[in-house]
Design a protein around this ligand. Structure first.
Ligand SMILES: Nc1ncnc2c1ncn2[C@@H]1O[C@H](COP(=O)(O)OP(=O)(O)OP(=O)(O)O)[C@@H](O)[C@H]1O
Length: 337
């Protein structure tokens, strides 16, 4: 089945790995076991969509995106990216997609950033004028000027990440695939990178597919969310739809003036205490109460010195989605919304 105009088309895609694991009680023996990292995955991404691909550790996200970028061969099923077969037409595909994977760098470690970009321009056969104007655009928008002549190995994590994104987008790809683009970045670097990606999409209509553990990335960058769980699609829809499905909680973290027993506040779940009760974490459902109401209730029980409101992490959302699917009798298997 081919969907006309689809940028990514994945149909019953499967990828298995053979892993060797110890045999219990036999110290030196190892046995081979097949692990199904991606299990009959089917979805389509249309032009200009921004899709967050989320799931717990080991859910199969990286394996899926490696297959659609032509880095891994599927065990069965099919994948087409920009209408091409990723492995067989890899060279053509590389001119149409930009990929950033955490561990794989497209930059030359010992060369100044400027030289890496000159080489990439030659690899993509960009005309000198087109290269110069695009490079100037990226240097400005991603604020690369201060370290443009610095060898890549001397860049900070945030600087390198911005440089990697610029390198992946130099040839104006129609699809950008990012694996954990903001992991490890400070708040400001995250914000800059997100703003750049939003701008790039708005001005160029670029299709965006990203894996992330950061719900902030999803909220700010993605209109659509795919949740993968044990290699299978557990949810396909909007983030607000996902929130409604699993009643996404917020977490109020309070620092108290002195140690207090675990707070019991109606309409919240106590998640944990640190420092013998000086810091406590309460989960609440923003659909039924507010951070302010929870704080007021806490203040009747203890003196609050400081507070913050945290977003739930992806693991938490996936865990509750999984529990809900089981409770509604989906046979432990996902539905979509
Ligand atoms: N090269 C490999 N050899 C053996 N098993 C692998 C290999 N790559 C991935 N796996 C296994 O496949 C499953 C899915 O891994 P994958 O890296 O796709 O998950 P992920 O959702 O990207 O996780 P994370 O969020 O931790 O990056 C895991 O059980 C992992 O151990």
């Amino acid at each position: 089945m081919t969907v006309p105009g689809a940028v990514v088309e994945v149909d019953r895609l499967v990828r298995e790995f053979t892993v060797r694991e110890p045999v219990p009680g036999r110290r030196l023996r190892r046995r081979a076991r097949r692990v199904r990292a991606v299990d009959e995955m089917t979805f389509t991404v249309g032009p200009g969509e921004a899709v967050g691909y989320i799931g717990a550790n080991g859910a199969g996200k990286s394996t899926t995106i490696k297959m659609l970028a032509g880095i891994l061969v599927p065990t069965s099923g099919s994948v087409r990216t920009c209408g091409l077969e990723p492995i067989g037409e890899r060279r053509t595909l590389s001119r149409r997609i930009g990929v950033v994977f955490g561990q794989r760098s497209q930059l030359w470690w010992d060369l100044p950033l400027s030289e890496s970009f000159a080489i990439l321009g030659a690899i993509h056969r960009l005309e000198p004028d087109a290269l110069a104007s695009r490079r100037a655009e990226l240097v400005e928008e991603l604020e690369l000027a201060d370290f443009w002549s610095t060898p890549v190995r001397q860049l900070s994590l945030g600087q390198r990440r911005r440089a990697e994104v610029a390198a992946a987008l130099l040839h104006r790809p129609e699809l950008v695939v990012l694996d954990e683009p903001t992991i490890g970045l400070d708040v400001l670097s995250k914000q800059r990178l997100r703003e750049f990606l939003v701008h790039e999409r708005r001005t160029r209509g670029t299709t965006l597919l990203l894996t992330t553990h950061d719900m902030g990335d999803v909220e700010r960058l993605c209109e659509r969310v795919l949740v993968v769980d044990h290699g299978r699609l557990a949810y396909d829809g909007t983030l607000s739809g996902l929130g409604a499905t699993v009643a996404a909680e917020r977490i109020l973290v309070v620092d108290l003036a002195e140690p207090v027993a675990d707070l019991q506040v109606p309409g919240t779940r106590h998640l944990g205490s640190e420092g013998e009760g000086v810091r406590q974490r309460l989960a609440f459902d923003p659909a039924t109460t507010t951070a302010a109401a929870v704080l007021t209730a806490v203040q009747t029980r203890a003196e609050v010195r400081d507070l913050s409101v945290a977003e739930p992490d992806v693991e938490d959302v996936v865990r509750r989605l999984w529990a809900r699917n089981r409770a509604v009798g989906a046979g432990g298997r996902p539905g979509s919304a």
